[in-house]
Ligand binder design. Structure first.
Ligand code: MN
Length: 515
């Protein structure tokens, strides 16, 4: 069976989702999960955009050895050199250069002629080939490019040494029949060993359909993001493309190397890190993707699952919530359970997790898998250095003005603060603001129950403008006010870390690199 390569761009295009900015530690954690998921290529970032971004790519290239690690570059010498430098330690490195080819981009954005476009593309690919034999060229806005000119560019970059040619639907405008025609034309103008790649956006909800159409017309690489996050309406969702290929092998006789049982874990991690949760009815990874509500469907499922089920929840790693541990469970039971969930903890991490687990088990009768994962991500893994830490929290609230007293450590020093607010969260945030030196404007806050029942662990995700940059924070606890305080402090810790990274363009203008 023919193989389709899965190129994951969650860390690059996905990160361009508004508010999805990730710290280097978060990106590295996600890169390890993408490795476990079995993707072929991880696009780790855009090194020329900032020193911090370059350092993040370098770390992933050094640590994640199995997949190809790609870095994005505009078609300029400085960008390509920066990408090559960041990829130096990689086991397998790919430089991904892009240049717009549509007349609308050439005329209004780049202000260059078609001849200049070809020259620039060829020079960029040649330069990238000095560093690595694996070079991808993207013709930005390919779907709005004249096909004859597109073929001229493709032939030229292939001759210059490009091994993969990506034809993005940058603006999410194309429909499946158009995509098919474009890929057939491209296939006819390059040698068979050149890999054609699809990169579709979901502005019209067609990203997955367009990606499948591209495969039918000869594309052998698909560029996707977990949960479909990305610019504007997002990219083709990795889980949708992969499961469409797997479930409809009769129609699409192609295979990927993705471990589909890892899909849910990857989805959950992306949601935790970015604060962007898939909608409940999201295909494959939504909370309701396998829930049967209608009585007639439930009856059918009970008699024979295939009556209404085209794929099993187990095949995508969506487990039933299961009761696992309680207050009498020991450290080795916890370690075992984490192993079963796919997390290998060292002694220090296990000690921290066990500590939090004991606190949780005192508050909650049964500790579920989801709770354990929340403990791990919110309590023991650090997304940024912990300049601010919560020690104690007291809140009075009700029908009168709310008041909060917080005790924090700031740079290792203990401080306490009291403030009032319209509600308990406002009071907590105001009391933290009184001792933290940041300018904070809260933009969004969501509270979700991770597990069922009245004693559920609550997860608070928030997004805030801090010192004029956007940061997300997440926290979990059986008490939602405590969870909110932790989320707020996590966002502050990220902001504080960004400040110390100086140039820290954690939030970047993405206009010029919208492949
Ligand atoms: Mn894109």
């Amino acid at each position: 069976m023919q193989r389709v390569w899965v190129f994951d761009t969650t860390l690059r295009d996905g990160e361009q989702s508004p508010g999805a900015t990730m710290t280097p530690a978060e990106k590295l954690r996600l890169a390890h999960q993408l490795d476990a998921l079995g993707v072929d290529v991880i696009e780790a970032g855009f090194p020329a955009s900032s020193a911090a971004e370059a350092a993040g790519v370098r770390e992933i290239a050094r640590e994640v050895r199995r997949p190809v690690i790609a870095a994005l570059a505009r078609a300029t010498a400085t960008d390509i050199d920066a990408a090559a430098a960041a990829l130096e330690g990689a086991e397998r490195a790919r430089i991904h250069v892009f240049l717009a080819t549509s007349s609308i981009h050439l005329r209004h954005k780049l202000r260059i002629s078609e001849d200049e476009c070809v020259e620039r593309a060829v020079a960029a690919v040649r330069r990238a080939r000095r560093y690595t034999a694996d070079v991808e060229f993207s013709a930005e806005d390919a779907t709005r490019t004249d096909v004859a000119f597109l073929c001229r560019v493709i032939r030229a970059v292939v001759e210059a040494g490009a091994t993969t040619v990506n034809l993005p639907d940058t603006v999410g405008y194309a429909h499946p029949a158009e995509i098919r025609r474009m890929f057939e034309a491209a296939r006819a103008c390059v040698p068979a060993d050149v890999v054609l790649s699809a990169h579709c956006h979901d502005d019209l909800g067609l990203a997955t359909a367009n990606t499948l159409a591209a495969i039918e017309a000869g594309a052998r690489q698909v560029e996707c993001t977990v949960n479909g996050i990305g610019e504007r309406a997002g990219n083709a969702a990795l889980e949708e493309v992969v499961m469409a290929l797997k479930t409809r092998r009769d129609a699409f006789p192609y295979e990927t190397r993705v471990q589909t049982t890892e899909l849910h874990r990857a989805s959950r991690l992306v949601a935790l890190v970015t604060g962007i949760h898939p909608q409940p009815n999201k295909a494959i990874v939504g909370k309701n993707a396998f829930a049967h509500e209608a009585g007639i469907h439930q009856d059918g499922i009970l008699k024979e699952r295939t009556t209404y089920e085209i794929m099993t929840p187990e095949s995508v790693g969506a487990r039933e919530t299961s009761l696992v541990l309680g207050r009498h469970s020991g450290r080795s039971a916890l370690s075992q359970r984490y192993k079963a969930l796919g997390y290998e903890l060292d002694d220090a991490a296990l000690a921290r997790a066990y500590n939090l687990f004991k606190q949780l088990a005192d508050q909650k009768k049964a500790v579920l898998d989801e709770d354990l994962i929340a403990i791990l991500h919110h309590g023991t893994m650090e997304s940024a250095p912990q300049r601010y830490r919560l020690r104690q929290l007291e809140v009075v609230c009700g029908t009168r003005q709310a008041a909060a007293r917080v005790e924090l450590t700031v740079d290792g020093r203990e401080v306490a603060s009291v403030a009032e607010g319209d509600g308990p969260l406002a009071a907590v945030f105001a009391s933290i603001d009184a001792v933290a030196d940041h300018d904070v404007e809260l933009q969004e806050l969501t509270i979700a129950a991770i597990t069922p029942g009245g004693d559920a662990v609550g997860e608070v995700t928030l997004q805030a403008r801090i010192d004029a940059k956007t940061f997300t924070g997440a926290g979990a606890a059986t008490d939602i006010v405590t969870a909110a305080a932790r989320a707020y402090l996590q966002a502050l810790n990220k902001a504080s870390h960004a400040r110390t990274l100086e140039a820290a363009e954690l939030e970047r203008a993405s206009y010029l690199w919208g492949v």
